[in-house]
Design a binder for this molecule. Structure first.
Ligand code: MF3
Ligand code: CO
Length: 284
């Protein structure tokens, strides 16, 4: 592999002179810049893209097949089979001891729900299916919400506003902006609707590892946090609660995150590549 980093610089060698100059300017001003190891080389971007295409394929396959009466274990089987048939590996499987290939989180489950043959999708449920894929060593990540049967207007609104939060966050994730700009934009929209933004879990760098720098919080203040640079790949994945933002982890399985007040929670997730002119959504 060719050497892609210049000594002492933050920048991959394919940055334009303009970008290089601007980075040095911010560096002198002592702004917080991302570590160079998370700025992707063209080779890495190509690999991450391929992984992302499979990840989107898995979620499309789930979208076509998910239905009322199905167990979350069956969703796990759909994900496992599709992923393996496409020469990839489900990233959650055995990740820090996670026992399944996908996270399935229903209603008051915020995230990291473990598929189970006894958990059945019922009319009125809202369920998040969170899919992550490893292909040729590169990682991708995305999640979607599904509404099963007849869903209440309140839950429908939560799902819709959460999707808007993701899109608003994506719009704020521009090169030279700050990660605090992304969080602030999401938090404003959620709280304007009377919802709580989960604080204890965040988006993350992804691509070379499953979870890497930076942490992408879904709340915050504009003009704070790490500068967003071209070449970064990270997720935005707001978890928005109908009631309190507070959550807890189910002690008996060590994974399932639940809302403290038992009210529903929604989440949508996409993965972005920051470019010199904006961003590119890699997973849907
Ligand atoms: N896919 C989740 C995310 O968006 C992480 C799941 S970790 C697991 O970051 F182990 F629960 F799968
Ligand atoms: Co993620």
């Amino acid at each position: 592999m060719k050497k892609l980093m210049k000594g002492g610089r933050f920048t991959p060698e394919n940055y334009s002179a303009e970008v290089e100059e601007r980075i040095q300017k911010y560096r002198k001003l002592d702004y917080r810049l991302p570590p160079r190891k998370i700025l992707r080389t063209p080779e890495q971007i190509e690999g991450i893209r391929k992984s992302a295409v499979i990840n989107t394929g898995v979620l499309d396959y789930v979208t076509e097949n998910i239905r009322e009466g199905m167990s979350t274990e069956e969703i796990d089987q759909l994900v496992y089979n599709f992923t393996i048939e496409h020469g990839a590996i489900p990233a959650p499987l055995n990740y820090e001891g996670f026992p399944k290939s996908v996270c399935t989180s229903i209603n008051e489950v915020v995230c990291h729900g473990i598929p189970n043959k006894n958990v059945i999708l019922r009319s009125g449920d809202i369920v998040n299916v969170d899919v992550s894929t490893i292909f040729e060593g590169y990682f991708s990540d995305a999640s979607r919400m599904f509404m099963i049967g007849e869903v209440s207007p309140e839950k429908k609104k939560l799902v819709k506003v959460t999707q808007e939060c993701l899109e608003i966050g994506i719009a704020a994730a521009q090169p030279w902006a700050r990660l605090g700009d992304v969080g602030a934009a999401i938090q404003e929209h959620a709280e304007k609707n009377g919802y709580g933004v989960v604080r204890d879990l965040c988006g993350h760098g992804v691509g070379v590892h499953f979870h890497e720098e930076p942490n992408v919080e879904h709340f915050g203040r504009r003009g704070t946090g790490t500068i967003i640079l071209p070449g970064m790949t990270f997720t935005i994945e707001p978890m928005i609660n109908m009631g309190t933002y507070k959550v807890f982890i189910n002690k008996s399985d060590g994974w399932t995150v639940l809302t403290e007040d038992g009210m529903p929670s929604a989440q949508w997730e996409k993965m972005l590549l920051i470019t010199e002119t904006g961003n590119e959504v890699l997973t849907y």
